[in-house]
Design a protein around this ligand. Structure first.
Ligand code: ATP
Ligand code: F6P
Ligand code: MG
Length: 341
């Protein structure tokens, strides 16, 4: 079998470990050959395909980013050609199947292609951890580790200056990174898109922490909105035309300072959370996902995605994987909120 692999959407620590896991198992156990599709769906519609022999994936599990590149190009937009073009390029390379590694958007495209007869298997990735059909996505643990270390570092400087520190983390629709980094770092408030709160409430937590002699630390997810506020986006869109987030921390900091009189600084972690080496947890999960994707291909489980359930890797229907986002449940936020202020 000749298998094409692509990575699409935002990059994420662990993508290379999936590629390595798939190629190593496919080559060693099934004698399969591999093709690398460059920059996600762009490479498929523009016929930008390279050989991916086993020696190309040597030592890759610790390497951040993706050796294949990624993009937010859609095969279904404009005159890209949709499933017919994808089938044409697959035929030109005698490609029998595709392994698509990506988030909810990539997996939606994979499902649309499967519906039109493309033999495809998905692998879930995202630092946001917002895919409901898997317990965890790789990349999340790395992002949380980076955010936690940043919170720890920002706290020492905030304490020296008796300041309030606002730390903005990623999380377009969900607050998993904020919740976990906030809990791990002992934040005095964790603000997530799922639970809008008022500025009064935020300032109450900040003042209460200050009154106890602490340097107040607020962790905010980029998709958070104040209860009476609007979504904060940059004056820019991503490759698929959606608003680029980022900036809520910068907006919130001055409001807190003005309202409480506490000198406030803001740090936006941004893409630092997506760069560099994956944690050992993410390397293991990603490697297992890559190997499991090969099993799904061998069993011709087209239209499915590999997924983590407890400690086991399973396959689930791509449709169920893309219908609903995994948001932070209210009880998880309440549990953390007991420690705010
Ligand atoms: N409903 C859709 N119809 C057509 N194309 C889509 C659709 N949703 C997503 N795409 C295409 O798939 C690409 C990948 O999706 P997206 O950019 O959301 O990344 P993702 O895989 O969800 O990862 P991330 O977690 O970074 O968002 C999009 O940039 C777009 O080109
Ligand atoms: O790299 P880009 O295109 O700026 O994307 C940023 C988005 O990607 C993610 O990192 C993953 O979906 C989001 O948390 C963030 O909003
Ligand atoms: Mg997406």
């Amino acid at each position: 079998m000749n298998i094409g692999i692509l990575t699409a959407g935002g990059d994420c620590p662990g993508l290379n470990a999936v590629i390595r896991g798939a190629v190593m198992k496919g080559d060693r156990i099934h004698g399969q050959t591999f093709l690398g599709i460059r920059d996600g769906w762009r490479g498929l519609v523009e016929d930008d395909v390279i050989p991916l022999p086993r020696h190309e994936v040597r030592g890759l599990s610790r390497q951040g980013g993706t050796i294949l590149g990624t993009s937010r190009v859609s095969p279904f937009r404009g005159d890209a050609g949709g499933a017919e073009r994808v089938k044409e390029v697959m035929a030109a390379h005698a490609m029998d199947a595709i392994i698509a590694i990506g988030g909810e958007g990539t997996l939606t495209v994979a499902r649309m292609l499967y519906d039109e007869g493309v033999p495809i298997v998905g692998v879930p990735k995202t630092i946001d951890n917002d895919l409901s059909a898997t317990d965890y996505t790789f990349g999340f643990d790395t992002a949380v580790s980076i955010a936690t270390e940043s919170v720890d570092r920002l706290r020492t400087t905030a304490e020296s200056h008796h300041r309030c520190m606002v730390v903005e983390v990623m999380g377009r629709h969900v607050g998993w990174i904020a919740l976990h980094a906030g809990l791990a770092g002992g934040a005095h408030a964790v603000l997530v898109p799922e639970v809008p709160v008022t500025l009064d409430q935020v300032c109450e937590w900040v003042e209460s922490a200050r009154d106890r002699g602490r340097a107040p630390l607020v962790v905010v997810a980029e998709g958070f909105t104040l209860e009476d506020g609007d979504i904060i986006a940059r004056d820019a869109v991503d490759g698929f035309g959606r608003p680029r987030l980022g900036g809520v921390g910068e907006a919130l900091g001055p409001l807190i300072e003005e309202r409480t009189g506490i000198e406030t600084r803001v740090a936006t972690l941004g893409h630092l959370q997506r760069g560099g080496v994956p944690t050992s947890y993410d390397r293991v999960l990603a490697t297992r996902f890559g190997a499991a994707a090969i099993d799904a291909v061998v069993e011709r489980k087209w239209g499915t995605m590999v997924s983590l359930r407890g400690i086991d890797i399973e396959t689930v229907d791509l449709r169920s994987a893309t219908t609903e986002l995994k948001v932070v449940p209210r009880h998880r936020w309440d549990e953390a909120a007991v420690l705010f202020g």
